[in-house]
Write a protein that binds this ligand. Structure first.
Ligand code: ADP
Length: 197
């Protein structure tokens, strides 16, 4: 299986690039943000709880998101692999993901981290607010999401770096240019696998 973590701050383009990666590599998309927004739309108890947290730009608890990911992995384990988008966001989530995949006899192949400067992130998120009207895309919440990313989530890079799985990619330029850089990383993994067994 090919299991990719697509990583980066809010507005880095994880969702956009995930769609292109799924198209080329036939992976199952697992976006914790999408699952949470779906719970909110369906007005489930989990959704009602998550809404308050998301609208402040804070992180939903590890237990909740790990439970959601576990369910999704168990339901889709027969495919080519997964693209994890917006997860893991804490080291605890990264450790839990490794355990879940190990139980299924598989592992993360690479963590692709999209590097984008903060001024560009804010610009993109404010533009998305106009286009899509997401309730967490307003300037105060955006600032807090970026702060939470810098203080908590960015450490997840170290976790994968220690395992030799961290691949930073320049997240600026056209959507196609960025996708070419990502594809080069993924295709490189395939080569390593086939020549070294
Ligand atoms: P973005 O990357 O643009 O912030 P997401 O759709 O990935 O957007 O996430 C939206 C919000 O959902 C986050 O700000 C957070 O509150 C919550 N969320 C999503 N994934 C996680 C996660 N893995 N752990 C904790 N909270 C999460």
């Amino acid at each position: 299986m090919l299991n990719i973590v697509i990583f980066g701050p809010p507005g880095a383009g994880k969702g956009t690039q995930s769609q292109l990666i799924i198209g080329r590599y036939r992976l199952t998309h697992l976006s914790t943000g999408d699952i949470l927004r779906n719970e909110i739309a369906n007005e489930t108890p989990l959704g009602t709880e998550a809404k308050k947290i998301i609208e402040k730009g804070e992180l939903v608890s590890d237990d909740i998101v790990i439970g959601m990911v576990k369910n999704k992995i168990e339901g889709s384990i027969d495919g080519n692999g997964f693209i994890f988008d917006g997860f893991p966001r804490t080291t605890e989530q990264a450790e839990a993901l490794d355990k879940l995949l190990e139980e299924k006899g598989t592992a993360i192949s690479a963590m692709i981290s999209l590097d984008v400067e903060e001024t560009e992130l804010v610009k993109r998120l404010l533009k998305r607010a106009e286009d899509q009207g997401r309730t967490d895309d307003n300037i105060d919440v955006i600032k807090n999401r970026i702060k939470v990313y810098n203080e908590v989530t960015s450490h997840v890079c170290n976790y994968y770096s220690k395992k030799g799985k961290y691949s930073p990619v320049d997240g600026t330029g056209s959507i196609e240019e960025i996708f070419d850089r990502i594809s080069a990383v993924i295709d490189g993994l395939g080569k390593k696998r086939s020549c070294c067994g």
